[in-house]
Write a protein that binds this ligand. Structure first.
Ligand SMILES: Cc1ncc(COP(=O)(O)O)c(C=O)c1O
Length: 390
């Protein structure tokens, strides 16, 4: 029996779902209710880091499930402590706050930035600069941080104190910093929902310089770019910068809800007892899943992400019907000559599951997608883009 009709009747009408019900899978192959096989190129929007039903990850998660599923943050918990240590050792961060989603990780980053500014500069330094075309989440404050009017409509008044600079335009950042009392600048290094656009390296370096000159924090939203997706553990590492706060979620626990906000030197001691919390944050099962994921994101795995990325860029750039390829690592946007929704529908018919970002086709495959499946999927995309070119 299909649950499509029950879903339509009872689930809140917030998502435009495709006519597809995925019921099972293994690795990068997933199966719908009719048994049709698809190559998964979206991994639940960059969540299932090592694909579906991965044995090692299942073992790690179920082992913890057999011990204790939740303890509350009133007590110590081994997976939470171990994961925080691993994250710090691999990033240079000093402390971690755990939550359950990207929006929550960003809320924590924003609260911390304002608290830091309030203590170090004065309460009136509450403004946070974000970039136009960014996406930071769906809560009222992270919507406000999101630099896209289309998300703001209907939800006013949003949280005050967000200013939007032009991406890749350092003068626009300088102007906002110069004219407003600011706590921080917050940005995604690859704008995911905004169309898979990697920021220019010069711009990012200049932002860090402006932040240093003006004593404001650099907050990097790695909700989508984090956890190996771009070919480094975190994208800031490939940009060679040292941020003050990093938020992440999505792929961190490989398919379980987990958000993390990482604090570096300046912000290590900013949050104090009683100032922030989250009932499920640091849940032992999610943390056990994340420990398994992080352990496997070694240099060999990250190199393979870079190699697969190069393969995709080489194959698709200049291919008939494809205008441009953007992104970093296995976070890729494809601008097609033909209508992207039609191309996506045809790709799905042919058994592959990319998604969209704005008017681009978006690929977020499992980091360990086997090369033969990737080759097959890329050939289908090339063929479909060519068939649909205008
Ligand atoms: C960069 C970025 N930040 C924040 C979010 C919000 O994450 P969540 O949906 O887990 O709240 C997303 C989700 O797509 C994202 O891509």
């Amino acid at each position: 029996m299909s649950f499509k009709n029950i879903d339509k009747e009872y689930v809140a009408n917030t998502y435009g779902r495709f006519d597809l019900e995925i019921v099972s899978g293994k690795g990068s192959l997933v199966y719908d209710i009719n048994g049709k096989e698809y190559i998964d190129l979206a991994t639940g929007i960059a969540v299932n880091t090592f694909g579906v039903s991965d044995n090692e990850w299942i073992n790690a998660v179920t082992e913890q499930l057999g011990k204790v599923q939740h303890t509350s943050n009133l007590y110590y918990s081994e997976p939470c402590a171990i994961l925080a240590k691993m994250l710090c050792e691999r990033t240079g961060a000093k402390k971690v706050f755990f939550s359950n989603s990207g929006a929550e990780a960003n809320e924590c980053a924003i609260k911390t930035a304002r608290l830091w500014a309030s203590e170090n500069k004065g309460e009136e330094y509450f403004n946070i600069i974000t970039l136009k075309n960014s996406f930071h989440g769906r809560t009222i404050t992270t919507l406000s941080a999101t630099g896209q009017d289309v998300f703001h409509k209907y939800f006013n008044p949003l949280t005050d104190g967000f200013l939007y600079a032009e991406a890749n335009n350092i003068d626009s950042v300088r102007e906002l910093v110069g004219n407003n009392k600011c706590a921080a600048i917050m940005m995604e290094l690859v704008q995911g929902e905004g169309g898979v656009m990697a920021l220019n390296r010069d711009f990012v370096e200049d932002v860090c310089e402006v932040a240093k000159e003006n004593n404001i924090l650099v907050v990097i939203d790695e909700v989508q770019t984090g956890n190996g997706r771009t070919g480094e553990l975190y994208a800031f590492q490939s940009y060679g910068i040292t941020p003050d706060i990093v938020s992440t979620a999505k792929g961190l626990a490989g398919g379980l809800p987990l958000g993390a906000t990482l604090f570096f030197d300046k912000t290590e001691f900013t949050l104090k007892a009683g100032l922030h919390g989250s009932t499920f944050g640091g849940n032992p099962i999610a943390c056990a899943g994340a420990i398994n994921i992080l352990n496997r994101l070694d240099s060999q795995m990250l190199d393979s992400v870079k190699a697969k990325s190069k393969y995709i860029f080489d194959e698709l750039s200049g291919s008939e019907g494809i205008k441009s390829v953007s992104g970093l690592g296995l976070m890729i946007g494809i601008e097609t000559e033909g209508d992207v929704s039609e191309i996506l529908a045809k790709c799905m018919e042919k058994g592959i599951l990319p998604i969209k970002a704005k008017s681009k086709l978006r690929l977020l495959p499992a980091l360990n997608i086997p090369m033969e499946l990737l080759e097959k999927a890329i050939n289908i995309i090339k063929e479909t883009a060519k068939e649909n070119k205008q």
